[in-house]
Ligand binder design. Sequence first.
Ligand SMILES: [Fe+2]
Ligand SMILES: [Fe+2]
Length: 210
Amino acid sequence: MPKFNESEMAEMKSRFLAVCRTVNRPGMEDLLDWLENSDFFTAPASTKFHGNYECGLLEHSLHVLDKTWDLVSKYPNLGISKDSVIIAALFHDITKANYYVKDYKNVKVYSENGLKRDERGRFDWVSQSCYKIDDKLPLGHGEKSVIILQSFIKLQRDEIYAIRWHMGGFDSAVKGGDFAMSKAYEVCPLAVMLHMADVESSYLLETIEK
Ligand SMILES: [Fe+2]
Ligand SMILES: [Fe+2]
C-alpha cells in the first residue's frame, strides 16, 4: 500500500519546485530539469530505513527543509541566508537520485497467531516488492551530492560544508577516523543544523515500511 496518493505526491513536488524557484542562483532551472529527468521525485529515501517507499526522498527533503528552518530561526544572529538553507536542505540527498531500483524479496507470511506455517510446519513465503541500491555514480554520499550540484549551480562554501558532512558521525570518512567534519562544524553552523535536521527527520518524522 503506497504511503502517498497521487495528489499528495503532486503537492509535495509542487511545493519543492516553488521553494526552489525562490532561490536566486544561476543554473537552478537546469538543475530542476535534471531532477525532472531523474527519479528524484518518486524515489524512496532508503531501502529498509526511513522513507523506504515511493516519494520517500521527496518527503524527506521537505522535512529536512522544515527542520533546518526551525533551527536557523533560533539563531537569527548567525545571518544564515535563506537560499543557502533551501539549497542545503532540499538537495543534500540528491546523491540518492537514480540510486535505487525496484526489486522483489521473499518474506514470511504472518497470521494473527504469529508466523504462518503449513501442516508440515514449514513457513509460508510470499514475494514482496522492495528497493535495492544500484549506485551508478559511486563517489561517496555527501561528496556525490556536492559534485552533482556543482555541475549545475555554483555552491557557496557553507553549502558545501553542510551537504558534504550532513551524515555527521554516520559518514564513512568520519567512521574511518577523518577529523575534517569536526573542523567544518566549527566554522559552519549551517552544517551542524543540517545534520541535526536530517537526523530528526529520519528518525522522528519518517516511517519505515516493513
Ligand atoms: Fe544523506
Ligand atoms: Fe537526508
